[in-house]
Design a protein around this ligand. Structure first.
Ligand SMILES: Nc1nc2c(c(=O)[nH]1)N[C@H]1C(S)=C(S)[C@@H](COP(=O)(O)O)O[C@H]1N2
Ligand SMILES: [Mo]
Length: 220
């Protein structure tokens, strides 16, 4: 059974109660920080690490880690919501806001969509307008400390207003495109956009829902 099918079969928790309004429907609050990804954790030589901006943009650029650290730095306080049903309140990440990143580089995006690339061979599609939201961050730190490798060091995306699979760990590239082609999970049964408040979980509608597969996984 694939991941989408497993989540569809879970029982739906009752999300009504203390956090109604803040906790999206069908989510369970956790204090922990679960670790979820496909494949291996990368081991980088930071002298060779790059972040690539490609596709339909005026400036195609390859940045070093230093380039990023020299850009304006912002702390973002946000809640995060994983499609496997866990949500975590009040997380703080530090890094470069996407809207600042675009400004600094003088990129004039002509395209409405972006394909996000992370190691190893992870992709996720996103609309440019979702990336341009106020608290979308290219994050290098969590709670004031460098990200742990399991949570995406040296760089991960944080898109607080969409399910966490869009928050690409080990981020390596942004490709500006004019079609909203599905990324990795989007090709495997998950929604093209992924708004937790309207439960855009799957690419088809009408499923029975959760319990939680994440409790069986690793977390810190
Ligand atoms: N590169 C990469 N990024 C990824 C993933 C992945 O498999 N590879 N998984 C996504 C999914 S499904 C989730 S829920 C979050 C988990 O982030 P965390 O391990 O820090 O909680 O990372 C997202 N980013
Ligand atoms: Mo996930």
């Amino acid at each position: 059974m694939n991941k989408a099918d497993r989540i569809k079969k879970m029982r739906v928790p009752n999300a009504k109660g203390a956090h109604e309004g803040r906790l999206p429907p069908g989510q369970v609050l956790t204090e922990k920080f679960p670790i979820l990804h496909e494949g291996d954790i990368p081991d980088y030589d930071m002298t060779k690490w790059t972040l690539k901006v490609s596709g339909k943009v005026n400036k195609k650029i390859t940045l070093s880690y230093d380039d990023l650290l020299k850009m304006p730095q912002t702390d973002v306080l946000c809640d995060i919501h994983c499609v496997t049903r866990w949500s975590k309140f009040d997380t703080t990440f530090t890094g470069v806001l996407f809207k600042d990143f675009v400004k600094e580089l003088g990129i004039e995006p002509e395209s409405k969509f972006v394909m996000l690339y992370g190691d190893f061979d992870y992709t996720s599609n996103i609309e440019l307008k979702d990336l341009m939201m106020d608290n979308v961050l290219l994050a290098h730190s969590y709670e004031g400390k460098p990200l742990t490798d399991k949570h995406g060091w040296p760089l991960r995306l944080i898109v607080p207003h969409l399910y966490f699979w869009k928050s690409v760990k080990w981020l390596r590239g942004f490709e500006f495109v004019d079609v909203n082609a599905p990324g990795f999970w989007e090709q495997n049964g998950f929604h093209l956009r992924g708004d937790p408040y309207t439960e855009e979980r799957f690419s088809e509608e009408g499923y029975e829902m959760p319990e939680d597969e994440w409790t069986k996984k690793e977390y810190d």
